[in-house]
Design a protein around this ligand. Sequence first.
Ligand code: IMP
Ligand code: MG
Length: 175
Amino acid sequence: MKETITALISEEEIKKRISKLADEIEKSFNYEPLTVICVLKGGVVLAIDLIRHMKKSVELDFVELSSYGDSMESVGKVTVKKDISVPIKGKNVLIVEDIIDSGRTMDFLVNRLKREMPKSVKICTLLNKEQQRKFDIKADFIGFDIPDKFVVGYGLDYAQKYRNLPYIGTLSIEK
Ligand code: IMP
Ligand code: MG
């Protein structure tokens, strides 16, 4: 099987967009203290670039959920592999995710975090595949809207590969 990656969003475009996003986010929280919850593993590249553009100090935490396995298709159930490790009651929370597709993962996570009674919960996703939405989820901050194609790079993987690509590309597999 031959895997081919075609560039979709360049490293330069991503850099520019992230610095703008960081400003937008801080402004929208009125520069109040912020707890950034990064969704492992895909959200990690965005999260570390994003927080380095933030002027106010932020608290950083991680969750790991699973819904995809190693395939290109989403499976029905979301499970928690790693939960948050800081209390978020009364705090401003920003979820940082690589991509929202059906919205299943985000719907699950938002509901779960809201049970901890944070002051607010907002969502930042690098990529948004609106056409695929099956759950009523809207990200507050979106890096790029993309068409319904499978993409890799900048944190996003296919079977754990390609997360380290500095750009985003579409993946096609020839059998
Ligand atoms: P959702 O629950 O259907 O919204 O899927 C979200 C999760 O599926 C993301 O956190 C990604 O890990 C994964 N995912 C969805 N689309 C892609 C893609 O095009 N490339 C890589 N991972 C993807
Ligand atoms: Mg993910």
